[in-house]
Design a binder for this molecule. Sequence first.
Ligand SMILES: *Cc1c(COP(=O)(O)O)cnc(C)c1O
Length: 392
Amino acid sequence: MGKMDWVNEEINLLKESGRYVPIRTLQTSQGAWVKIDGRKLLNLCSNNYLGLANNPEVKKAMHDAIDAYGVGAGAVRSIAGTMEIHIKLEEKIAQFKHMESSLVYQGGLLANLGTIPALVGKDDLVFSEELNHASIIDGVRLSSAKRVVFSHVSPPDLEEKLKTERSTGKRALIVTDGVFSMDGDIAPLKEEAELGEKYDSMVYVDDAHGEGVLGDHGRGIVDHFKIGDKVDVEMGTFSKAVGVMGGFVAGRKELIDYLKQKARPFLFSSALNPGEVAAVMKSIEIMEKDDSLLKKLWNNSDFLKEKLNNLGFNTGKSKTPITPVIIGGEKETVELSKSLYDEGVFASPIVYPTVAKGTARIRLMPSAVHSREDLKYAGDKFEEVGKRMRLI
Ligand SMILES: *Cc1c(COP(=O)(O)O)cnc(C)c1O
């Protein structure tokens, strides 16, 4: 027995339970269609909601920034890595989000890992939504605060937990995804934010899937509910609708000043590179100027959902473009994904532990760069394979 033999045993266990997900390699840019293993496939997996990952203006902005500033920021922000374009981007985000100030991180995951432990510590409490993203869960773990989980989209359960637990901690933070990434439903953030006020608890929303999708010109969930004065921390990513890479938090000026002294990914990891910063800036400018991509995204997702529902598939409780096709069993779901792949549709299976056992699904991500024909093609293939597998 070698001391690393356990790794193969673990991999075999994953394979036996149908939880081993093959990782495909793209030979093209992200877009409506991609090439994998030399074959063209309809891409319904990417979070590139608005198609900005391959937008010519955004690409040009990145090229220009590389010419002006080089490819790397060269240091952590607090030592010598802050360039004027980082500051400009932070001003832009604050203005776009109607918040006082913002702080850019190197990714959305890092924004959560950096910010949550700066807000709460071992004497404090976190009220965390049941279906929160892994990066929130890890941020809460890193903080050492006591975690109280409240039920999915349930302000009454949150209030119950606040009533019984709030007095056991000094500071408290209510944290939730804005749009739930595996189901596409939306947090009842207005009610949750009101509870934050009533029970003296900070309110933090992770709007990774709301950015570029919800609110006026894609400003996100806080704008969607018009509750800017009630949410203390709005966190987001530039890797989804914005199409690039990076993350941020927006909030009051003093909060951002404080995070610059405390957040560890800001202090101990090099700054986002200039090309990414400039590309993000351009994407936000495009979103601000014109909401036609946003409208196309919603039209496309309404069309796809209706088509799948008419066929008899269960798309759950989604209120956003995220379109789960809930199958249930893990093996069937992986098999459905494989058959769709063979038919030219790239749609990844999502299984336990990413979602609860018995709710395995294919998650479809329609975008603004899909055409009606693309989505009809997807529907036809779901019909063909679904009938063959006796799922519908
Ligand atoms: C994708 C995602 C993140 C991570 O963002 P990255 O910028 O890709 O690191 C964080 N939170 C939620 C809810 C997400 O969906």
